[in-house]
Design a protein around this ligand. Structure first.
Ligand SMILES: Nc1ncnc2c1ncn2[C@@H]1O[C@H](COP(=O)(O)OP(=O)(O)OP(=O)(O)O)[C@@H](O)[C@H]1O
Length: 299
């Protein structure tokens, strides 16, 4: 048995018990993993990973285990590194906690806090849209998470409903996960990435403001059930054109019950990051994040 050690650089959490696997990232076998964890049902999947519930055999604690086939990451190894080093360095109640990670010859295993209420994408698919009060709570949680990472100059770059997890079913409180595309920004970046619906217009030159833009898009979807920028033919070029024009429409009858004040705030909110990004080197996104935080509190 190896005594569990804390890797403070990675921000890994000590459990203070004997544990069967090394936590320094050195290679183990699948049977080592299975000896430590009872790996259960699938709770989610993405382009690169399958996420399952798991239970530590020694003390019965449950976690989510993200299983990544390493062959799928060839050329994208940095995604795993980001998730380990950036997520591992974060500790915030609104951000999914990374507990440990293990590698076998073929797979990587990220053991994370289990956030059991399902992701926001599923919730939007089921409920369509949310009352302003619930949307306000969720936006406030996202805003707190963003504020925390932005203060550390970390940009998430893939803020979308699939990466926001409900703490419990029917409770509108969220935690942010999937830091595969996250990076530290010290100067404007010139890479296009993310998911088209949530991509900001300044995709050719941006900073942490891209997360604030995506939050604006999510807020719009929460309130009416469909995205503000949409190509009927699913044409990505057309979608990017619409995003660059930045014209937000509040279609009737969907937006009729929502106050003019809220609509104005959404426009301001989506417009704000663009203004900030154009001030280039000294990007400070705490301001819009706080603005978002107050969106539903001021009326
Ligand atoms: N800690 C967790 N607790 C509960 N469910 C989770 C957790 N982490 C991820 N999930 C579920 O698994 C899904 C996929 O996880 P994740 O987004 O991290 O995978 P990915 O392959 O990196 O995704 P992408 O395709 O966006 O790159 C999430 O949408 C969510 O439903």
């Amino acid at each position: 048995m190896l005594k569990l050690t804390v890797d403070t650089a990675m921000g890994l959490i000590a459990q203070g018990t004997n544990f069967d696997l090394p936590l320094d990232g050195s290679e183990v076998t699948l049977s080592d993993i299975e000896r430590c964890y009872d790996i259960g049902r699938v709770i989610g999947d993405g382009n690169f990973a399958m996420v399952r519930e798991c239970c530590r055999r020694d003390n019965g604690q449950t976690f989510a285990i993200k299983i990544v086939e390493r062959s799928k990451l060839i050329g994208r190894e940095h995604m795993m590194q980001n998730e380990l080093s950036l997520l591992g360095s974060l500790c915030h109640p609104r951000i999914v906690r990374l507990v440990a990670y293990h590698h076998t010859h073929t797979h990587s295993y990220l053991v994370m806090e289990l956030v059991s209420g399902g992701d926001l994408f599923e919730a939007i698919s089921e409920r369509g849209k949310f009352p302003e009060a619930d949307a306000g709570l969720m936006v406030s949680d996202m805003s707190e998470a963003l504020n925390y990472i932005h203060c550390k100059s970390i940009v998430h770059r893939d803020l979308k409903p699939e990466n926001l997890l409900h703490v419990a079913a029917d409770i509108c409180r969220l935690k942010l996960g999937d830091f595969g595309l996250a990076m530290v920004v010290t100067e404007p970046v010139f890479t296009i990435c993310g998911t088209p619906t949530y991509v900001a217009p300044e995709i050719l030159c941006y900073g942490v403001a891209v997360d604030v833009w995506a939050l604006g898009v999510i807020l719009y979807i929460l309130l009416c059930g469909f995205p503000p920028f949409l190509s009927r033919d699913r044409d990505q070029e057309e979608l990017f054109q619409l995003i660059k024009q930045g014209q937000i429409n509040f279609l009737s009858p969907y937006w009729d019950p929502i106050s003019e004040g809220e609509k104005y705030k959404i426009i301001k909110y989506v417009a704000e990051p663009q203004k900030l990004v154009h001030t280039a080197s000294s990007i400070n996104l705490n301001t819009p994040a706080l603005t978002i935080n107050c969106l539903f509190k001021s009326d």
